[in-house]
Write a protein that binds this ligand. Sequence first.
Ligand code: SF4
Ligand code: MG
Length: 319
Amino acid sequence: PLDTAQKIARLLGSRLEAQVVRAVDGIDLEIAEGEVVGLVGESGCGKSTLGRVVAGIYPPSEGTVRYKGADTATLHGRERRAAELAVQMVFQDPMASLNPRLRVVDIIGEAPVVHGLVTRRDVDAYVCEVMTRVGLDPATRKRYPHQFSGGQRARIGIARALAVNPKVVVCDESTAALDVSIQAQVLNLFMKLREELGLTYLFVSHDLGVVEHIADRVAVMYLGRIVELAPAEELFRKPNHPYTQALLAEVPRLEPKKKTFSALKGELPSPLHPPSGCHFHPRCPFAMPRCKAEKPMLKEVAPGRFSTCHLNDEPAKAA
Ligand code: SF4
Ligand code: MG
């Protein structure tokens, strides 16, 4: 039997295609080299699962994940390993993802040794280099995770991912557990590393304030589907999809940490049994009879802007 996460992966899997995602119905979400794509939505919408599928932690059951055009499931040997190493994940809760019984030098050094990127003899110096890059003091490398602050542990998680020289980093609300000033420092580190190393990010977050700050493009997810995809600046200025509009209406601009999704009427339905037609129709203030019956396709509503909403076929009513 599949656990819920796997079921969601399966649900998403049917729509997955790319390094990157087949959002719905033949539209790929491609992430360009050097780009930062934010993936937002309420908790339970499937965004974390999608992040893990992109990072190769969960397999897509039907669609494909592509890296540089190649379906990662069809790669073998060295090519497969290279594609796996190229996409790394930084987890939401650094404490839960760091083995408490391992010293930091081993946490960071393990994967590069296993994958032959560095020899056992040289790994100590290598770890010092990586720690310095993320703003950790290499003199602390023999310590254990609990001996570090939350912000430092976040950096350890980042160092572990960087140690295998990834090209793409999937961040799952990596800064959510941190207080605001530390969170800002970690976000700045992500941006500095992007510049220095030419990294590409998929930034999974429920924090629209964070995403507005760092993303080039934003994908909004609702119940396992991407409902809107647009350049960040345009999406925040003029959201197309009613769901995106509702999300943005709830962000108190001055207190981004305090937002809730309470203004959306109704509970988030189960992604395993989504409503018919447009998944959002039970909560949508603009729902029409058609919305219950007919699934809206992801359509390009302006150059580079995609949305799944029937209102786009009825310009008179479009918001
Ligand atoms: Fe609302 Fe209908 Fe658009 Fe769905 S398709 S978001 S229910 S107006
Ligand atoms: Mg999550």
